[in-house]
Ligand binder design. Structure first.
Ligand SMILES: [Zn+2]
Length: 93
């Protein structure tokens, strides 16, 4: 039997945005309200670097600013922004 589970979170439920290095898997967590900037690279290894003004860095910076603006203005929106996640699990037959 397969049980399908989906769960969702509101913007206000987000405790941290996690940036995990694809090379060394170290993770940096940033509470959204205090997320001041996007790092240019992994603080643990020198393999994961994003050059200043690269498209990747600008894209992440736009995401950060958009997320902060959405959180800031969420109270006056006429709808709730939620993120849905797949939580499917396999159980016995
Ligand atoms: Zn790393």
């Amino acid at each position: 039997m397969t049980a399908e589970k989906r769960w969702s979170v509101k913007l206000s439920d987000i405790q941290a945005v996690l940036l995990e290095c694809k090379d060394c898997h170290s993770t940096n967590g940033f509470p959204p309200q205090r997320w001041g900037s996007i790092p240019y690279g992994c603080p643990n290894c020198s393999n994961a670097r994003m050059p200043e003004n690269s498209l990747e860095h600008k894209t992440l910076e736009a995401f950060r600013v958009g997320l902060l603006d959405a959180i800031k203005h969420a109270a006056v929106l006429k709808f709730e922004i939620r993120f849905e996640f797949d939580g499917s699990t396999e159980t016995g037959s």
